[in-house]
Design a protein around this ligand. Structure first.
Ligand code: RP5
Length: 157
């Protein structure tokens, strides 16, 4: 199953590229697209309604400001949607965070940290790994190496 990385604007790409990089490192097929809940609402609806039959298993939705993208996509699919609040110029991303996290009961969106692109990819991998043993083994190895790295860390002072 593929992962979709959907961004409200091309200006989100710099923040979101680590998500694509992480998926690539894990060998997870993915597509990156710009779809805006406000500027291209018809496209957003079309994408969400057809995402499952188009082979997607998880949708990552990144947006800043009035960040309704994840919620709008989630309202039209039962695929898991992971929201990434993008740091905004005016309010530092608090607007994005609150727009994504405060979903009405019944339409969940898993909300990452502000600019949390890498964790969004990892969370998507966690979901796919539930039904993919090879991916689950890669995730275990990633965790093992991450732990090793921390244990080897020394501070010079
Ligand atoms: C949101 O508005 C986008 O997700 C982006 O984070 C923000 C600014 O978009 P641009 O004005 O740079 O296109 O919709």
């Amino acid at each position: 199953m593929k992962v979709a990385i959907i961004m409200g604007s091309a200006s989100d790409w710099e923040t979101m590229s680590p998500a694509a990089r992480t998926l690539k490192e894990f060998g997870v097929e993915h597509e990156v697209r710009v779809i805006s809940a406000h500027r291209t609402p018809d496209l957003a609806a079309d994408f969400a309604k057809n995402a499952k039959e188009n082979g997607f298993g998880v949708i990552i939705a990144a947006a800043g400001g009035a960040a309704h993208l994840g919620g709008v996509l989630a309202s039209m699919t039962t695929l898991p949607v992971i929201g990434v609040p993008i740091k905004s110029k005016a309010l530092g991303g608090m607007d994005s965070l609150l727009s994504i996290v405060q979903m009405p009961s019944g339409i969940p969106v898993a909300t990452m940290a502000i600019d949390g692109a890498k964790n969004a990819a990892l969370y998507a991998i966690h979901i796919l790994a539930l039904s993919d043993g090879e991916l689950a083994a890669k995730l275990d190895e990633f965790r093992r190496q991450q732990t090793e790295k921390v244990l080897r860390t020394t501070i010079e002072y």
